[in-house]
Design a protein around this ligand. Structure first.
Ligand code: 3PG
Length: 306
């Protein structure tokens, strides 16, 4: 069996070593394709792969068509918006993710971005503190829960909204559950986004919603760029000089944001929430183990396509 690790944004070496150990212990062969850049290289590499480990790498119908021997794709991470799940099902390919394995890394970056914003991008001027501020966690999944845990240490007043998570679960974590997304934004000084990119959420963070935030509002995005209505956020930030936007997923309109909102906007050059050795090890090794469990025992835990 051939297991391909196809990561345009490579894992830390220590994680690749760990993945290799798991795959070789199962008697399989590991092939690595890092920083491949062009899709043509991916299309060539997948030809004889039986299993593939990816990150945000795009697995679309064309890739699945080229991967004639493929049985399973594991997205080492949470979001599966980069995989054409319906096409995978058509090709009889199982798709899994590794939920929770990189959540702490993303949560820590949320605070890195928050502190940077409230300290005025470290420009030497007097900023503000997070302690006592109202934090809104938009979606209370694995990352949202880690954000809540860290926020307690900062002494923040924590609120969360999640359409799918029961109020009791949120409140058990010492967090106040709000009844609507509108209430979250109108209540909180800082909102941290943890929603996936789906047909329902794309473009949903728009002018009307963000405009509900109190004066000095800060929006932090470590989720997906697609959930932001960029044109509307730009219009709003032009009208409201008090708002700040910090993102780990560079907007399509990055140049415009950067030019117009100096001191109020920051984007990492490349999504790096999950880019730690620990997260790479956790997610990469989980992916390798899930592949072995699937190929040897037919285990479909964490399957995301029907
Ligand atoms: C995820 O969905 O797990 C995160 O966005 C991390 O993505 P990455 O593996 O491309 O860094």
């Amino acid at each position: 069996m051939k297991v391909l690790v196809a990561t345009d944004k490579p894992f830390a070496k220590v994680a690749v070593d760990g993945i290799r150990k798991e795959i070789e212990a199962a008697g399989y062969e590991l092939i690595s394709l890092e920083k491949y850049g062009e899709k043509a290289k991916l299309l060539d590499a997948v030809k004889d792969a039986n299993a593939i480990i990816i990150r945000s790498d795009i697995i679309d119908a064309e890739v699945l068509e080229a991967a004639k021997e493929l049985k399973i794709v594991v997205r080492a991470g949470a979001g599966v918006d980069n995989v054409d799940l319906a096409a995978a099902t058509t090709h009889n390919v199982c798709v899994m993710n590794t939920p929770g394995q990189n959540s702490n890394a993303v949560a820590e970056l949320v605070f890195g971005l928050m502190v940077m914003a409230v300290r005025n991008m470290y420009n030497g001027t007097s900023g503000t503190e997070l302690k006592g501020k109202k934090l809104g966690i938009h979606a209370y999944g694995n990352v949202g829960r880690n954000v809540a845990r860290v926020a307690k240490g900062f002494g923040m007043d924590i609120y969360a909204y999640d359409a799918f998570c029961p109020k009791e679960v949120i409140e058990k974590g010492g967090v106040k559950a709000v009844a609507s997304v509108d209430e979250l934004y109108s209540t909180c000084d800082v909102v941290s986004l943890h929603i996936p990119a789906t047909a329902e959420t794309k473009n949903s963070i728009n002018y009307a919603l963000v405009n509900k935030m109190p004066k000095g509002g800060l929006l932090v995005n470590t989720a997906r760029k697609e959930v932001i209505n960029e044109a509307e956020l730009i219009k709003l930030m032009e009208e409201r000089a008090d708002l700040k936007y910090m993102t780990d997923i560079m907007p399509a309109a990055n140049d415009e944001f950067a030019a117009k909102f100096v001191g109020r906007y920051f984007s990492t050059p490349k999504k790096m929430g999950a880019q730690t050795a620990e997260a790479n090890i956790n997610a990469g090794i989980a992916a390798a183990q899930q592949i072995v469990g699937f190929l040897k025992d037919g285990c479909e835990k964490f399957r995301v396509n029907k």
